[in-house]
Design a binder for this molecule. Structure first.
Ligand SMILES: [Zn+2]
Ligand SMILES: [Zn+2]
Ligand SMILES: [Zn+2]
Length: 301
């Protein structure tokens, strides 16, 4: 008998064994093994790596949301997680801008409809019992209140027929000029106290040559003004313009009167008429209704 030569192994196709799946961050592995297709002997075994897959970011989500309100910013975290393993991949805090107040469609409502805060631009409607819609001063009063030149004498009254005091008229003029701070702090008037509503207005008016005191040490803020005085205040506040026309229709306005130029200028400018065709009545008391009308015609028209 002769020996028969060994045939040698016949390698089958490789197979995977001991497979460990890769995750997002950790490599996997397997053995690549070859057996003999005839006798089954293991011919080779090689360890292989399965690379980690890496995370798969999902759509960002909002967390820890704090809503903004009218005045304070809100915030939230914008977070991205891995859609496979759930790991947090990024977190960024974002700001939500404050919304601002909601003062109605026109911005003029009294209060914010969201938080109830008061509107600094709110102007109460003119609703004075003693200012009838048809009165000659009704538009002037509405203008003066809207512009902050005056308020009523109470929440419901304007007192249009009351005499306008010196303290009131300088305050009207001062507010109409934008409430400028007086430059000098010296107050020569004993009857003008620093807590009076007309304090700054008086100092400003004196400083700007609109009025002087009634004496070196008194201003007489409670004295009621005459028509002659009021047009003079207005005229001086306008820089003492010369009337352009000559001719004076008023018997009670003489060329030597301190209010002469002021009256002619005011009539020419349409700020006031006489009390009739030939009289200005410069010594008549000037009412609050008249003063705001003069101011209105001077400044708003
Ligand atoms: Zn074999
Ligand atoms: Zn992952
Ligand atoms: Zn608000």
């Amino acid at each position: 008998m002769r020996d028969i030569d060994a045939l040698g192994h016949s390698p089958a196709e490789t197979v995977r064994e001991n497979e460990k799946t890769a995750t997002c961050t950790v490599d996997g592995s397997y053995d690549e093994v070859t057996y003999c297709s005839v006798c089954g002997t293991e011919l080779s075994r090689e360890a292989k790596v399965i690379p980690a897959t890496g995370h798969v970011p999902a759509t960002a989500v909002r967390e820890n949301e704090k809503a903004a309100n009218c005045t304070e910013n809100g915030s939230y975290d914008e977070v991205v997680y891995c859609s496979v393993c759930g790991a947090e991949l990024s977190r960024e805090t974002k700001s939500i801008p404050a919304t601002g107040h909601t003062f109605g469609a026109d911005g003029k409502a009294e209060k914010c409809s969201v938080c109830g805060a008061k509107n600094p631009d709110y102007k109460p409607p003119v609703n004075f019992k003693d200012v009838k819609p048809g009165a000659y001063y009704a538009d002037a009063v509405a203008w003066a209140v809207a512009k902050g030149v005056t308020t009523g004498t109470s929440a419901t009254t304007f007192s249009p027929d009351e005499g306008c005091t010196r303290g009131q008229v300088v305050t009207f003029l001062w507010r109409a000029a934008g409430s400028p701070e007086p430059v000098g702090a010296k107050n020569p008037f004993r009857d003008v106290k620093s807590d009076a509503y007309y304090y700054k207005a008086v100092l400003w008016a004196v400083e700007n040559g609109i009025t002087s005191g009634t004496s070196a040490t008194t201003f007489s803020p409670e004295d009621v003004c005459t028509r002659g005085q009021i047009v003079t205040f207005l005229w001086r506040a306008n820089g003492k313009p010369s009337p352009s026309k000559t001719g004076n229709p008023f018997k009670d306005v003489k060329s030597g009167d301190y209010f002469y130029d002021a009256v002619l200028w005011a009539v020419e400018k349409g700020i006031t008429l006489g009390t009739d065709a030939t009289h200005f009545s410069p010594s008549d008391t000037c009412t609050r209704g008249q003063v705001v009308t003069f101011l209105y015609r001077d400044m708003a028209q």
